[in-house]
Design a protein around this ligand. Structure first.
Ligand SMILES: C[S@@+](CC[C@H](N)C(=O)[O-])C[C@H]1O[C@@H](n2cnc3c(N)ncnc32)[C@H](O)[C@@H]1O
Length: 288
């Protein structure tokens, strides 16, 4: 599915992309970042990108270059009534995955379909924007992220938005889900956004190809009868056939709300690949 992220998140714009790079606007700040899936030619000249960019990430040296304000460290961005702080990190990420905005709208929309206050589990939760959106829609939220400093960033964002009810847990996703399974705890909404390769708490390695199936197996056991699952899956091994296999294997009694590759469209019409999005619903009646 081709999406224009700006229509969900007006504070973001994919201005141009190509030559394995992208030119994006986050609030008032324009950034140049590497993008492996940007394999067309950019519509603007690179000198035009450099003229407008505030910052660019040098992937060879792993450093941010500040073109305008040399003191820039942190700045703000909004989604609906929520405000978020973005930051330069020592990697190309800045605290937000803007393509997730399509899930934030869905989280808000589907809330009305649950019979009781739904419990929401965000795995690989990063800086917590999905968790904050869910909490602002009155879900009961648990957020799992391996890195303590990223959890602290999320907690600060929640506090800045007057949200105090999220359960923030710095843990390895596997360990947490195993524990919840043993305790027979159930969730109504689970969202996952795993990296291709990552590190859990204590340096435990996550490898998508090896770990995704055992994780989904465990997740299928901690879902309540009335349930929604959102899987954001980026990996070379992901394709329509594999996603159908995963659905049949672990979620065969769910309706498929979405199963497709998300392509983010630039203002000039080229696209970048945000991976496979699978949204599944069980015992959910859509309330219009
Ligand atoms: C792609 S980001 C998730 C983006 C997030 N869903 C969002 O929308 O902002 C992946 C996150 O998973 C975390 N992570 C990687 N392996 C993990 C593991 N085994 N357990 C817990 N967190 C992990 C990383 O630290 C990183 O913050």
């Amino acid at each position: 599915m081709n999406i224009n992220i700006s229509s969900y998140l007006p504070d973001y714009e994919l201005i141009d992309c190509g030559n394995h790079k992208k030119l994006e606007r986050f609030g008032d700040i324009i950034a140049i970042r590497p993008e492996i899936s940007a394999n067309t030619s950019p519509k603007l000249k690179f000198t035009e990108w450099e003229n407008v960019a505030d910052i660019s990430f040098d992937a060879e040296k792993n450093v941010w270059i500040k073109h305008k304000d040399k003191s820039l460290v942190e700045w703000g961005m909004t989604y609906r009534e929520l405000n978020f702080k973005l930051r330069l990190t020592n990697f190309k990420h800045i605290g937000i995955f803007p393509e997730q905005a399509i899930n934030w709208d869905y989280i808000s929309k589907i809330k009305a379909c649950f019979n009781n206050v739904p419990s929401f589990l965000n795995l690989f939760g990063y800086t917590g924007i999905s968790s904050i959106v869910a909490a602002s829609n009155n879900y009961k939220v648990t957020h799992i992220e391996a890195l303590k400093q990223i959890i602290n960033w999320g907690k600060q964002q929640a506090q800045d938005n007057n949200i105090t009810c999220i359960r923030w847990i710095a843990d390895d996703v596997f360990k947490f889900v195993e524990r919840e399974n043993r305790r027979k705890n159930k969730y109504n909404f689970i969202i996952i956004d795993p990296p291709a390769i990552g590190y859990g708490k204590g340096g435990k390695r996550w490898i998508f190809e090896k770990d995704i199936m055992p994780l989904l197996d465990m997740l299928s056991q901690i879902l309540d009868n009335q349930a929604v699952v959102v899987l954001n899956l980026y990996s070379h091994s992901m394709n329509e056939k594999f996603s159908h296999k995963l659905i049949l294997e672990y979620f065969k009694d769910f309706n498929i709300e979405t199963n497709g590759i998300v392509l983010g469209k630039s203002s000039y019409g080229d696209t970048i690949n945000h991976g496979q999005l699978i949204r599944l619903e069980r015992n959910i009646e859509i309330v219009e």
